[in-house]
Design a protein around this ligand. Structure first.
Ligand SMILES: [Zn+2]
Length: 108
């Protein structure tokens, strides 16, 4: 089986950090928009890896209804500008509050 990102480290770049990566749903499918291209150019998700999937261990008091702790990393690619990047989805990062109060999101 081929390793995620060929076994190399992966981390989202500045292009997708700080609120620059956005997206939307059509039905219940979520799509990421390229942060470099105009007009909601959609990114392709080339691959994913679940780097954490286990029992609830973090922030139990703040999220008593959570059923698991997980972290999924996605490998993203733009067929138009060839942006190649990564983003993570987790339920153990910010567990509540308002986006404007988070660190590093000047445009929120
Ligand atoms: Zn692009």
């Amino acid at each position: 089986m081929k390793l995620f990102n060929d076994g190399k480290p992966f981390h989202g770049s500045a292009a997708v950090s700080g609120g620059k990566l956005t997206g939307t749903t059509d039905t219940d499918y979520f799509y990421f928009f390229c942060p470099k291209c105009a007009d909601t150019q959609m990114l392709q998700i080339l691959n994913y890896i679940m780097t954490k999937d286990g029992p609830v261990e973090k922030y139990k008091e703040q999220r008593p209804k959570a059923r698991r702790d997980f972290l999924i990393a996605f490998e993203l690619w733009c067929p138009t500008c060839e942006l190649h990047d990564f983003v993570k989805l987790s339920n153990t990062g910010w567990v509540g509050g308002k986006l404007k109060d988070t660190i590093g999101l000047p445009n929120a």
